[in-house]
Design a protein around this ligand. Structure first.
Ligand code: CP3
Length: 351
């Protein structure tokens, strides 16, 4: 896939996602931008979460903060899985300390029928921010051919639907799972719409310069394999299929039983901290893996974190490529210096 000259400048992240072993292990962190960084809290002061995502200069600045600080191998675009819903005109807010809250939950067949007439709308705030980020990430000190790729993302159809139907964060997503069984026609219409909105949101980021994408299905672990395979996975694949020209990562939590299904239609699979990577490698043979240091270890002292990281890296050798990450997002109370030190450790290990 890559020529000899290109391979010199292909960043480790993209080499690992192509199923090869770069000279150093690539690492980035889900939620690396955000509340763990004082410089984030500073620029976010007085600006509502979703508003910050729609101001291109601010979203670009927040995206770049952790790259400057930690020397990670990728930027993750600062946005939210709720942003495409907002762009489509859906009434949604992110309540601090709670999470996404909808003005009106989508509960009935007529609620769904009204929703699915909406289009994604104007994505220029997003594509402008992506262009600003990519321009800065491509500026390299003279003589250094390296550049840092930007990862775009979207929420997977099930996770989006869980918020839309429940109206707010929930533990078991009972209302969403009830609709799935009680009204399959509405469920299919809802997930078809979510897949299109998410797929178009990712494709817009790639068209503006993102080098990879990640589809986040944070809540699909609440489903049985049978329900996931029949009623959810086809829509996640529809979303991923709208992305061309960039490797596609697929991540969820509590997904040990779903990994093989999640791998279909994706180029690499993100694994949460519950499934050891060597086990994951045998569940999805041939696929590069991403993960999966338990975020709790960031607050467990350096010795425990270092030992666990070395173990994750060892187990990751069973996969054709390995992108080191946490098994879920950076907790807000994390000491950012621990993340910086962790990146240096991972870069020092034999790839
Ligand atoms: O660094 C990054 O990872 C980039 C940005 C990013 C955010 N949200 C910013 C954000 C990404 C990739 C997301 C994805 C996201 N958003 C997911 C999937 C990933 C996951 O964690 O499972 C989900 C489920 C959401 C929905 C959402 N948005 C939640 C549950 C919350 C937390 C609410 C809270 O206050 O505890 C948000 C808000 C949010 N999204 C914040 C950030 C930095 C915190 C808001 C703030 O700083 O005020």
């Amino acid at each position: 896939m890559y020529g000899t000259i290109a391979s010199v400048t292909t960043p480790p992240l993209l080499q690992a996602l192509a199923g090869t072993r770069p000279r150093t292990l690539p690492v980035w962190f889900m939620r690396q931008a955000g509340r763990s960084l004082p410089e984030y809290r500073e620029v976010r002061r007085g600006v509502a979460m979703l508003d910050s995502c729609l101001r291109p200069e601010l979203a670009a600045e927040i995206t770049l903060q952790p790259v400057r600080r930690h020397n990670v191998d990728a930027a993750i675009f600062f946005s939210d899985i709720m942003v495409p819903l907002k762009l489509a005109g859906v009434g949604v807010d992110i309540a601090p300390g709670i999470g996404p809250v909808m003005d009106a939950p989508v509960r009935t067949a007529s609620d769904v029928a009204a929703l699915v007439t909406r289009e994604l709308g104007d994505v220029s705030a997003i594509t402008d921010a992506v262009r600003l980020v990519v321009a800065e990430l491509s500026q390299t000190p003279s003589g250094d051919a390296s550049w840092t790729p930007l990862i775009g993302f979207a929420g997977a159809p099930f996770t989006l639907a869980a918020y839309l139907v429940e109206g707010r964060p929930s533990r078991d997503h009972l209302a969403a799972r009830a609709m799935m069984h009680a009204d399959p026609a509405s469920w299919n219409a809802l997930l078809t719409w979510c897949a299109r909105i998410s797929g178009e949101f990712m494709a817009a980021q790639v068209a503006a310069g993102a080098s990879a994408v990640q589809l986040f299905d944070s809540w699909c672990g609440s489903l049985s394999l049978a329900d996931y395979a029949a009623r959810v996975a086809p829509f996640s694949r529809e979303a991923l299929a709208l992305v061309e020209g960039a490797p596609r990562l697929h991540f969820g939590t509590g997904t040990g039983h779903l990994l093989a299904e999640m791998a279909k239609g994706a180029d690499a699979v993100g694994v949460d901290y519950r499934t050891p990577l060597d086990e994951a490698a045998s569940l999805v043979p041939g696929k590069p893996l991403q993960g999966n240091i338990d975020p709790a270890l960031l607050a467990s002292g350096w010795d425990a974190l270092e030992a666990a990281t070395r173990d994750v890296v060892e187990r990751g050798r069973r996969a054709p490529g390995h992108v080191v990450n946490l098994g879920h997002g950076v907790p807000p109370e994390t000491d950012p210096d621990v993340l910086t030190r962790l990146v240096a450790l991972i870069h020092s290990l034999p790839a």
